[in-house]
Structure formats: C-alpha cells, structure tokens
Write a protein that binds this ligand. Structure first.
Ligand SMILES: [Zn+2]
Length: 218
C-alpha cells in the first residue's frame, strides 16, 4: 500500500465527515463514510467519535477482503462490512456515505422506494431509490443486503435504519446523500398535494448520461 496515498485518503475522509456533520444529515456520532485507497484497502471513519474532534489519523485503514487493520488504529465504524462490500462490487465507485437523515428514514421505515420524481435525483442518484432487505445493523448480512439493492443507481434506503449512497469520489457520494434526503422530503411533500408526477424513462436516461459523461468542467 502507498502510505502517501493512504494519508491523503485519510485527510479527505476526515474533511468529508466534517462536511457531512455540517450538512445536518447526521446527529451525534451517527453516520459513517468510507473511501478506496487501492484495490485492497479502504479508509473508514471510526466508531462512536464526535465529528468535531476527528483528526485524519483517527480514520481507520482497513483491508477490504480480510478486515485486517493496524491494532493501534481506532475501532472502525460497525458498518465496515457494508462499506467494503460496496467498494469491492463497484470498482468504478470510490466512496460511500451512510446517514440516518430524517426524511430518508421516514421512507426507509415505511419500506417504500422513492420513484424517479426530480431532475437532480435522476442525474445524481440514477433513478428510483430502492429499499434493501432488512438485516441487523453492523452485520455482514446488512452489507450484503445493501450491496444487493445497489444496482445501477447510487442510493439505497436501509429499512428502519437510514440511507447509503456511493460516488466516484467523496464529494459525489456526499452530494448523493444530500440529494437523497431532499428527494425524500419532496416526495413526502407531494403526497399532501395529490402525489408526484413521475419522470419519463427516456428523459431519465438522457439526464443520467449527461451527469455521468458531460456535466462540469473538463
Ligand atoms: Zn447506520
């Protein structure tokens, strides 16, 4: 493992965890983040530490296949199985964000998927947001259930628990988490005024392609 690269990823994950905290998507010490170092290793946020006091060195370097880590490192988030599985199954994705944000949790607790209803949702999240099968938090089974539900799109609702998003980089995974929460809020809001009008599949495909391949500065 390239230690300079590992330190760079530790700094980036630490910075993103502060941004996630400032975004209001997480309360207390809940929520966690991971990012890929290389094909074997990831950095994952530590378990149960306050976001305000986190330093890059607190971010845990872990083998995604064996879950081995330096015994002197912090204890990793209990959701490390899920982070490792998502990164291993999505080699083009390099970051995972997990939150218990309120509106996403309402949908996750109702165990109802969010249909494709907003332009920014389908660009960044890829379409409808499915609900994974239920499994206990912090288990390999929950990791497998979330990974099974994460197909074309970048977001999944975790039943009675929260939401998980992935991205090509940390900023994109965090943006997906912010948008998933906003979409859940909009969807629930539209139910008070007769329900949403869903987007057309051809429009969804065109918007998704634009975001993945043409959006932004090159
Ligand atoms: Zn959680």
């Amino acid at each position: 493992m390239d230690m300079n690269r590992a330190k760079e990823v530790q700094r980036a994950v630490c910075e993103t965890s502060r941004k996630m905290y400032d975004s209001g998507l997480v309360a207390g010490t809940w929520g966690n983040i991971a990012a890929r170092i290389d094909k074997d290793y990831m950095v994952v946020t530590p378990s149960g530490m306050k976001y305000e006091i986190l330093n890059p060195d607190d971010m845990v370097i872990m083998n995604m296949h064996t879950y081995e880590r330096d015994p002197d490192s912090r204890k990793p988030s209990i959701e490390f199985y899920m982070h490792a599985q998502l990164l291993l199954e999505h080699p083009d994705m390099n970051a995972v964000v997990h939150t218990h944000s309120t509106y996403a949790l309402i949908m996750a607790t109702a165990r109802k998927p969010i249909p494709p209803v907003c332009d920014d949702q389908v660009q960044i999240l890829g379409g409808a947001i499915p609900v994974a099968e239920y499994a206990m938090p912090g288990t390999p089974e929950m990791g497998a259930a979330v990974a099974a539900a994460m197909k074309e799109g970048n977001g999944v609702l975790v039943p009675n628990h929260g939401a998980v998003t992935i991205g090509r980089n940390l900023d994109e995974a965090l943006l997906a988490a912010v948008l998933l929460e906003k979409t859940a809020q909009v969807y629930i809001g539209t139910m008070a005024v007769g329900g949403p009008v869903e987007l057309d599949p051809a429009d969804i495909a065109a918007m998704r392609d634009y975001f993945l391949n043409k959006y932004g500065q090159r």
